[in-house]
Design a protein around this ligand. Structure first.
Ligand code: HDE
Length: 735
């Protein structure tokens, strides 16, 4: 074996990574502030940092004050441009591990096929439209970007929580973002599509219609980053060791199930806890409730490319799961919060072109444009081409790229050779062969006219929007209509409202009708896509492509696919002095056994005394919390506690609001009296002296004669349903 062969072999084996390799790599950059002296940037110890150096204690500050200058100059430069989209995000470290090696048949990517390797990764979840300081719970798509630090280099899967996108060609991205961002004259509204410019653009661009259905659905207001799906959106390619390519779509599915907020709740949370999703992710990881997501793929053979009634290269289309099933690959676990928001979550730089051998792109015109935009935007954010050297962005394998200059270069390259080919450096760094792990682009025959045009196969803008609508349950449809009433109700231009309603008519006449009813406009079908300044490209074609399709896709409904678990759900126990201790402890323990969390909520922070003398600490006072921060509420007995709460508007509002948001409400013994004093309506409650547990549309009640265990079981079963949409009377509840 020659010296160089040995060197290369050594390097290949040093490419082995494990779950902790990124953590170890970051270790050398982490600074522990404990027991250290304050120093200047140059490491000189400081003895006084509260006063600037002055000519006399009441005199002017002197130029010589290097400590003042250093601290102020650094502060003045302590921000970088926020991301032009996805500015607000939350990050977490974790790892990915495949279940087995069965994907080897389809890809040579080792991190997807070696079940013995836990590949470290960093995830950043985000909203799209709002600025860095905007609220988490706004109606928007959510970014779902994963950087895998693989043994073959970094791979980024930069996806969203919705499987389609607004536009088909990335050249429209600046227009889309200009339209959806706050208006250019007054910078309003923040983090919201509900304004004239967005809906003007959307109504003139019928290709947005499918994505609009997702944006108007509950998917746009996730309950938690831990409870939303992720999608690669585009069709990518998997390439196996023999060089055979197949089309692939990537899916992430949360093990806790996919769940959402309700719109009223989302709006209130934006004020009461603008960090709702960020806090939820952070706290779950701190408590060891590690978020888990399953990675799945949909694989399509190249020869089947044209067999569907849509074009695989069109990012406004899904491949229905009923046509191509999901194939589970492995699991991602997020198990560590970042140490420093700026250094990690803000500085992480994703790029859909960060690919490893075995994964390649397709000619999707939306993806092609992204391949340019991400690096370009990082250079704007970092003001440097060396952003890949920032610790969070560094691969865990050696980098030898011959690029040794530019702002903020970190690596100190040795020697005289930074070019290739060379003989002075012994021919190093040299090219690798495919067998040695080189990335080799998939060969694809491409022929055609150089032409600025949209393929005819992209012009069916409504069939899949209709598929989405048809696949929703009744409550989900109702939420979409309510979202339209809100979004378009904020639009002042009647012409824009009418044009949008006309587009909805193409999705489903009943949708247009229901939308129009709340907006004070008529359904004018002749307006369909006939808009001012609309070029041929944007028009929908009436010719629907022939091919495989489905009329309904149950997989699109969150309600149908909901996962019945109480794990990590938050339950408020409303108490005052004189509560019944046995009831609280029994229900609390039962919730704990299911992985749910119970918090004691009372008027003020104090130690409460039970009717039999036991004590319990209050976790949250009514001023610091609200029903919107819980998934369910429980009112135990104890006459004095219940009587005191009957007189508190905050408590009654808490119960009314939880009921209105279709959450599980439980009450035992005298607690039932409190429900009777609230405004909840139309549900059956347990009768006094009855031993029955009554569970009616998520309101679970039991009187003194009933068993507490049976009550807990029934209460938890209701919590597992997440929401009880069938409460018609909620409309009468003031909350
Ligand atoms: Fe992005 N997108 N995008 N995007 N995108 C950015 O890159 C862009 C698109 C997505 O947490 C930017 O670093 C274009 C689809 C995520 O740091 C920018 C187009 C999908 C994130 C950019 C799209 C995404 C971004 C802004 C149309 C789902 C946040 C800051 C062709 C598959 C990543 C940055 C993070 C961020 C461009 C459309 C996902 C400007 C041109 C489709 C999750 O480069």
């Amino acid at each position: 074996m020659s010296k160089n062969e040995r060197k290369n072999k050594g390097e290949m084996s040093s490419r082995q990574v494990d779950e902790n390799s990124k953590n170890r790599q970051l270790e050398e950059f982490r600074e522990d502030p404990n027991e250290q002296f304050l120093t200047t940037d140059q490491g000189v110890r400081v003895n006084h940092a509260d006063d600037s150096l002055k000519a006399g204690s009441r005199g002017p500050t002197v130029m010589e004050d290097f400590l003042f200058r250093e601290r102020m100059t650094h502060f003045d430069h302590e921000s970088i441009p926020e991301r032009v989209v996805h500015a607000r995000g939350s990050g977490a470290h974790g790892f990915f591990q495949p279940y087995d090696d069965s994907l080897k048949e389809y890809t040579k990517a080792r991190f997807l096929t070696n079940p013995n390797v836990k590949t470290p990764l960093f995830v950043r979840f985000s909203t799209v439209v709002g600025s860095r300081g905007s609220a988490d719970t706004v109606r928007d798509a959510r970014g779902f970007a994963v950087k895998f630090y693989t043994e073959e280099g970094n791979y980024d899967l930069v996806g969203n929580n919705m499987p389609v996108f607004f536009i088909q060609d990335s050249i429209k991205f600046p227009d889309l973002v200009h339209a959806i961002k706050p208006m250019p004259d007054n910078e309003m509204p923040q983090a919201s599509a509900a304004h004239d410019t967005f809906w003007d653009f959307a109504s003139l661009m019928p290709e947005t219609t499918h994505m609009l259905m997702w944006i108007l659905s509950d998917r746009a207001i996730p309950r938690s980053f831990r409870m939303m799906e992720g999608f690669g959106v585009h069709t990518f390619r998997l390439i196996n060791a023999a060089g055979k390519a197949r089309f692939v779509k990537f899916h992430w599915r949360p093990l806790l199930g996919t769940h959402s907020l309700v719109w009223d709740e989302a709006q209130k949370l934006a004020g009461k806890d603008a960090d709702w999703l960020r806090r939820d992710l952070w706290e779950a990881i701190e408590m060891g409730d590690y978020p888990e997501f399953e990675l799945s793929v949909q694989i399509v053979e190249e020869e089947d490319e044209f067999k569907f009634n849509f074009d695989l290269l069109d990012a406004t289309k899904i491949i229905p799961e009923e046509l191509v099933p999901l194939r589970p690959v492995g699991k991602m676990i997020l198990n560590r919060n970042p140490d420093n928001f700026f250094a990690e979550t803000e500085q992480v730089a994703f790029h859909p072109g960060n690919l490893v051998p075995g994964i390649d792109v397709t000619n999707d015109p939306l993806l092609q444009g992204r391949l340019f935009s991400y690096v370009d935007t990082q250079i704007n954010r970092f003001n440097s081409a060396n952003f890949a050297e920032v610790p969070i962005n560094r691969p865990v394998v050696p980098v030898h790229n011959g690029q040794g200059a530019g702002f903020m270069r970190q690596t100190i390259n040795k020697g005289k050779v930074n070019y290739w080919p060379n003989s002075l450096g012994g021919g190093h760094p040299k090219m690798a062969s495919e067998e040695e792990g080189a990335y080799v682009h998939h060969q694809e025959k491409v022929e055609g006219l150089k032409i600025r045009a949209r393929s005819e196969s992209f012009k069916d803008h409504f069939t899949q929007a209709t598929l989405f609508w048809n696949s929703m349950t009744e409550p989900e449809k109702k939420h979409i209509v309510e979202a339209i009433h809100f979004e378009l109700g904020k639009v002042e231009s009647i012409a824009v409202r009418e044009r949008m309603v006309a587009n909805f008519h193409k999705v489903a006449p009943e949708l247009a009708q229901m939308a129009a009813e709340g907006l004070g406009v008529e359904v004018k079908t002749e307006l369909q896509t006939e808009s001012t300044g609309n070029f041929e490209t944007n028009k929908a074609s009436d010719k629907i492509k022939k091919g495989k399709s489905v009329k309904e896709s149950p997989a699109l409904s969150m309600e149908i696919g909901k996962k019945e678990t109480a794990k990590s759900r938050k339950v408020a126990i409303l108490l005052e002095d004189g509560y019944n201790h046995d009831e609280v402890m029994a229900v609390k323990q039962a919730l704990k056994n299911e992985g749910a969390q119970a918090k004691i909520v009372s008027k003020v922070f104090k130690t409460l005394k039970s009717s039999s003398g036991e004590e319990i600490e209050v976790d949250k006072s009514h001023v610091t919390t609200a029903s919107i921060m819980f998934d369910a509420v429980y009112i135990p007995g104890g006459m004095a506690s219940v009587e005191a709460m009957k007189k508190q508007g905050d408590v009654l509002h808490f119960i009314n609001e939880a009921f209105k948001h279709c959450k599980t409400v439980g009450a035992s013994r005298e607690g039932v009296e409190l429900l009777m004093a609230s405004s909840i309506k139309g549900v059956a409650l347990a009768e006094e002296a009855s031993g029955e547990i009554v569970a009616d549309r998520g309101v679970v009640t039991a009187r003194a004669a009933a068993s507490l265990d049976a009550f807990s079981t029934s209460f938890i079963a209701a919590i597992k349903m997440h929401r009880h949409w069938n409460r018609e009377e909620k409309i009468m509840v003031p909350a």
